[in-house]
Design a protein around this ligand. Structure first.
Ligand code: BES
Ligand code: MN
Ligand code: MN
Length: 463
C-alpha cells in the first residue's frame, strides 16, 4: 500500500489542488455557493474512495457532508470529523501567490515543497488525507473496521449548526472513537499527539461617550474619548504579572501537577528558533510559566480587533462617539465558556467609568478538552505515528480550539483523537498558509496505520 500511495502522489496533489481552488470561506456570505461546491466536490471524492453512502445534509448555515461504509456492524467504527470551510484570505495583498491558486514552493522547513493556499493545512489538505487513505485501504487490504465521515462547513465561524445536527443524529453518528486531523505535530521529525485543546469565549464590546462625533478642538479635553477609555479598560485587564484581572477568571482553572508540567516540558522546544521565526526580540506572558505553557495549558485574553473614529486617508480632528473591540479568551479545563463570558461582561461593566456607556455582546464559544493518554484511541495514534514516522511520538497540549470536540463527548459520549499533521509554523489563518507535501503524504500513509492498530487493540480488549 505504501508504494501505491507514493506512486499516486501527483494525482492526490492534483485533486487536492482542485479542492483548494474553491474559495470555501464560511464567514463571507458571498461565498455561499462556493461552500456548496466544496461540499459537492468532497462528497464526490468520498464516493470515489469507495464509501457506499455519501450525502449533503443541509443546516441553517452551511451544509455538512456525511458518508459511511459499514463493513460489519460487529466491528468498531471510526468517525472522522474535519472541516471544509476556510478562513478569509485577507489581507490578500500580503500573499506571495494567490490564496486560491495553489502553488508548491520549497521552504527551509519544507525541503520537499509546501502547498501554498488558503485551507491547505487548515483543514482541506488534512481532510483530503483521510479521503485518500480510505481510498487506498479500500483498494488494498480493505477497511479493518467501519468508517463514518462528517465534514462540516462552519468550524471557522464557531460550528453553530453542527451541535444541532449532532443532537438530532445520534444514531447515525454512533461510533467508538472520533478521529480528527486538524492540529499540529511538533516538527516533521518529532511526531506528536495533541492531548488537549483550549476552549474559547468570544466577546464584542461597544463603548459610547457623547451621542455624536464632536469637534475635538471644541469638546476635546472635556468630554470622554471612548477610544482612550476603551484602550485603558483593555490595558487594565492584565496585571503586571500578565494575569487576567477579570474577577473569578482563574477559579476553575486546573493547575497541572509538577510531574505533568515536567512531561510537557520534555517535548522539544527551541525558544530562539521560535523568536527568529516570528522576528521578535522577546516573548511575553504570564509570570511563572514557560512560553509553551502560556500557549497551551494557560488561559488568555486577547483583543482580536479594535476600531472607531477616523481611519481614512489623511487626518480628521474628531472626538468619536463610539469605540469597539472584539475580545477573545482561550480557556483551559475546567473553565466554562458561558460562565467566563458572564464574568467578562460583569467585569467590563464594572470597570467602565461614569463618562461612558458600554454594551457587551457574547459571540460563540466552546469548552476546553483533554484526551486521556491511557485510552485505546491514544495508543493506536501513538503506534501509528511511531510506525509512520519511525520516531517515538510525544504528547503535547495544543493551544487552538475546535469548539465542537467537547460537545461530541457530551452528546455522543465519544472521545476524540487529535491526529493532525500540520506544523504551527504553516501560517494557519495568516497570509501564505501552506502545508508540507511531506506532511500530506505522511498523513495518507499513517491514517491506515491508525485504523489497523485501533481495530487490533479493540479486538484484543474484547478477547
Ligand atoms: N484547526 C484549528 C484549531 C487548531 C489549530 C488546533 C492549531 C490546534 C492547533 C481550527 O480550525 C481553528 O482555527 N479553530 C478556531 C476556533 C474558532 C474559530 C471557534 C480557533 O482556534 O481560533
Ligand atoms: Mn481547523
Ligand atoms: Mn482554523
Amino acid at each position: 500500500m505504501k508504494n501505491y500511495i507514493a506512486s499516486n502522489k501527483q494525482r492526490y496533489l492534483d485533486e487536492l489542488f482542485d479542492f483548494l481552488k474553491i474559495p470555501s470561506v464560511s464567514a463571507d456570505s458571498k461565498h455561499k455557493n462556493d461552500m456548496l461546491s466544496a461540499a459537492e466536490y468532497i462528497k464526490g471524492k468520498l464516493l470515489d474512495a469507495g464509501l457506499d453512502h455519501a450525502e449533503i445534509c443541509p443546516t441553517d448555515g452551511h451544509p455538512i457532508v456525511y458518508a459511511e461504509k459499514i463493513i460489519d456492524p460487529a466491528l468498531p467504527t471510526i468517525l472522522t470529523y474535519g472541516h471544509y470551510d476556510v478562513q478569509p484570505a485577507d489581507p490578500v495583498e500580503l500573499w506571495n501567490t494567490p490564496p486560491f491558486e495553489p502553488t508548491i514552493k520549497v521552504t527551509p522547513i519544507h525541503p520537499d515543497g509546501a502547498i501554498f493556499a488558503r485551507g491547505s493545512c487548515d483543514d482541506k489538505g488534512q481532510i483530503y488525507m483521510h479521503v485518500k487513505a480510505i481510498e487506498a485501504m479500500n483498494l488494498h487490504e480493505g477497511l479493518p473496521c467501519n468508517v463514518k465521515i462528517m465534514f462540516e462547513g462552519e468550524e471557522e465561524v464557531g460550528s453553530e449548526n453542527l451541535g444541532t445536527f449532532v443532537k438530532n443524529n445520534k444514531e447515525k453518528l454512533k461510533a467508538d472513537i472520533i478521529l480528527i486531523s486538524d492540529t499540529s505535530i511538533i516538527a516533521n521529525d518529532i511526531p506528536s499527539v495533541e492531548t488537549g485543546l483550549r476552549g474559547l469565549a468570544y466577546m464584542e464590546v461597544e463603548v459610547t461617550a457623547a451621542n455624536r462625533d464632536l469637534h475635538s478642538g471644541v469638546y476635546g479635553g472635556a468630554v470622554a474619548n471612548p477610544i482612550n477609555v476603551l484602550a485603558q479598560m483593555i490595558a487594565s485587564m492584565h496585571d503586571e504579572n500578565g494575569k487576567i484581572t477579570v474577577e473569578g477568571f482563574y477559579d476553575k482553572v486546573i493547575e497541572l501537577s509538577a510531574a505533568e508540567r515536567e512531561a510537557l516540558e520534555s517535548a522539544p522546544f527551541e525558544l530562539e528558533a521560535y523568536k527568529k521565526d516570528l522576528e521578535i526580540n522577546e516573548v511575553t506572558g504570564e509570570k511563572g510559566y514557560s512560553t509553551r505553557e502560556r500557549a497551551s495549558i494557560r488561559p488568555t485574553l486577547d483583543v482580536n480587533g479594535i476600531w472607531g473614529g477616523y481611519t481614512g486617508e489623511g487626518s480628521k480632528t474628531v472626538l468619536p462617539s463610539k469605540a469597539f473591540a472584539k475580545i477573545s479568551m482561550r480557556l483551559v479545563p475546567d473553565q466554562d465558556w458561558e460562565e467566563i463570558s458572564d464574568l467578562f461582561t460583569k467585569h467590563f461593566k464594572k470597570i467602565a467609568p461614569a463618562t461612558v456607556k458600554v454594551q457587551v455582546k457574547k459571540h460563540h464559544g466552546g469548552q476546553p478538552y483533554v484526551t486521556p493518554t491511557d485510552s485505546i484511541g491514544y495508543k493506536a495514534a501513538y503506534l501509528a505515528l511511531e510506525e509512520g514516522f519511525g520516531k517515538t511520538p510525544v504528547p503535547t497540549r495544543g493551544g487552538g480550539s475546535i469548539p465542537i470536540v467537547a460537545l461530541f463527548e457530551k452528546e455522543l459520549g465519544l472521545k476524540s483523537i487529535l491526529f493532525g499533521f500540520g506544523l504551527d509554523s504553516d501560517a494557519l489563518h495568516s497570509p501564505n498558509e501552506h502545508y508540507g507535501v511531506f506532511n500530506f503524504m505522511k498523513g495518507i500513509e499513517t491514517i491506515p496505520l491508525f485504523y489497523k492498530y485501533y481495530s487490533q487493540l479493540v479486538n484484543e480488549q474484547k478477547s
